[in-house]
Design a protein around this ligand. Structure first.
Ligand code: THU
Length: 133
């Protein structure tokens, strides 16, 4: 199996960033989700004239992955410029699939200087399946 490094996942996120549909904010974001079987599923932010219907790159990647049949993830890389960490909605969306998922963020102009967290550290005490009846 090919091992995906943090650097190569960031490179995939950066490539996906090229497809960002973000004329309203001008803030281009790419994401790349690594499944436990080594598949990379990418996403970009998709904005809308309504503004409120815009969706972040991270949730685009997760929704694509689920639609493709994947539910187990190791990590998600996010590339923007400057570096952006996932919004609250995206943190909740990612932690749904495991508190151990790594979140790796970098500035598009310098992918080598990335930051990395566990998703549970970005959204402590999150609601999850075990809190529900
Ligand atoms: N955005 C993302 O796609 N991911 C982030 O982590 C931060 C924000 C998008 C949402 C919106 O399209 C634009 O960036 C400005 O917030």
């Amino acid at each position: 199996m090919i091992t995906t490094t943090d650097e190569s996942l960031l490179a995939a996120a950066n490539e996906a960033r090229q497809n960002a549909y973000a004329d309203y904010s001008g803030f281009l974001v790419g994401a790349a989700l690594l499944t436990t079987d080594g598949t990379i599923v990418t996403g970009c932010n998709v904005e809308n004239a309504s503004y409120g219907l815009s969706i972040c790159a991270e949730r685009t990647a997760v929704v694509r992955a689920i639609a493709m049949g994947y539910t187990q993830f190791n990590s998600i890389a996010v590339v923007a410029s400057p570096l952006a960490t996932p919004c609250g909605a995206c943190r909740q969306f990612v932690v749904e699939f495991g508190e151990e998922i790594d979140v790796i963020c970098a500035d598009a102009n310098d992918l080598s200087r990335f930051r990395k967290w566990k998703i549970a550290d970005l959204i402590p005490e999150s609601i999850n399946r075990s809190n529900l009846p």
